[in-house]
Design a protein around this ligand. Structure first.
Ligand SMILES: NC(=O)c1ccc[n+]([C@@H]2O[C@H](COP(=O)([O-])OP(=O)(O)OC[C@H]3O[C@@H](n4cnc5c(N)ncnc54)[C@H](O)[C@@H]3O)[C@@H](O)[C@H]2O)c1
Length: 272
């Protein structure tokens, strides 16, 4: 049962690959809250076909777009205006991929072509999306843009590799566009820094179960599930958060503010 928070709103949701994807949960909830939207993903991800089921379930259309290709992105925004009948009120950027992490290249042995790809797919793609939307006049007054980040942008997690640099860039691009679009059209741009989550992108990271378990024990509320991340996205797309912009918002059960927990200390204490 929804609250009608996105009633009458139009949007674009990227990154729904399968049922585990954070974007998948966002699409389900946005639909339940009354939004109409276009789903998009890389043409290669379309081949797996799972997104068709989501489109059917949420009554949405799909426009494939490689987030590193400006022509695709321009077509995504103009096509969305056409299909939805006007400029969009919200955009979800839920895109991340590192060939170095995937192929086990550690931070001290990066392949630089892949490093550029990591930055392009995972961070510059947000800039490309905003630029295409801006040029195509595709964002409505007061629209909301949300991208998903991770705390490795601020702190070191050794196996997160070059994705840490991509997330730092993503958060900076968020502020830079947030300033400009805010001045121009009261548009908000934020990142949500999400807990480790069991998805295709998440579990591709070496030792993911280690970081997942550590974060779980270091967070007073435990790791935030994907469904709750989707809930948070919906509040940011809604009119209830019209003055929140240029922020990196932690959605992590308290992990980012916790020095240590008793559960973690207990692992190092001598039994008395
Ligand atoms: N899973 C986690 O632990 C976690 C934690 C914090 C932040 N995030 C972030 O959340 C976002 C979504 O990831 P997820 O965990 O739902 O995993 P996911 O694998 O389900 O989603 C990643 C998406 O990026 C898409 N993508 C990759 N290359 C693309 C391209 N060139 N063009 C367009 N789309 C492309 C993939 O097709 C996929 O749909 C990512 O930015 C990720 O870094 C994930």
């Amino acid at each position: 049962m929804g609250y009608g928070l996105l009633k009458g709103k139009r949007g674009i949701i990227s990154g729904a690959l399968n049922e585990q994807s954070i974007a998948w949960k966002v699409a389900e909830l946005a639909h339940a809250e009354g939004a109409r939207f276009v789903l998009t993903n890389a043409p290669v991800a379309m081949r797996m076909g799972e997104i068709n089921g989501l489109a059917e379930k949420t009554g949405s259309e799909i426009i494939p777009a490689d987030a590193t290709n400006d022509t695709d992105l321009e077509a995504l925004f103009s096509g969305s205006i056409e299909k939805l009948g006007g400029p969009v009120d919200f955009v979800l950027h839920s895109i991340g991929m590192s060939p170095n992490v995937r192929k086990g290249r550690t931070y001290d042995n990066l392949n630089y072509e892949w490093y550029k790809q990591t930055l392009d797919v995972s961070a510059i793609s947000l800039h490309r999306m905003m630029q295409a939307a801006h040029k195509g006049n595709a964002l409505a007054e007061g629209a909301s843009v949300v991208a998903l980040s991770y705390i490795a942008a601020q702190r070191v997690f050794p196996d997160y590799g070059d994705m840490a640099d991509a997330k730092a860039l993503l958060e900076s691009i968020t502020r830079s566009w947030g300033y400009r679009l805010g001045k121009e059209k009261n548009i908000r741009v934020n990142t949500i820094s999400q807990s480790p989550t069991m998805t295709t992108a998440g579990s591709g990271i070496k030792g993911f179960d280690g970081f997942f378990g550590f974060a779980q024990e270091m967070s007073p509320l435990g790791n935030a599930p994907a469904e709750d991340c989707a809930n948070y996205c919906i509040t940011l797309f809604s009119d209830l958060t019209r003055f929140v912009t240029m922020q990196n918002l932690f959605h992590d059960g308290g992990f980012s503010s916790t020095g240590v927990t008793r559960e973690v200390m207990a692992k190092f204490m001598q039994e008395e």
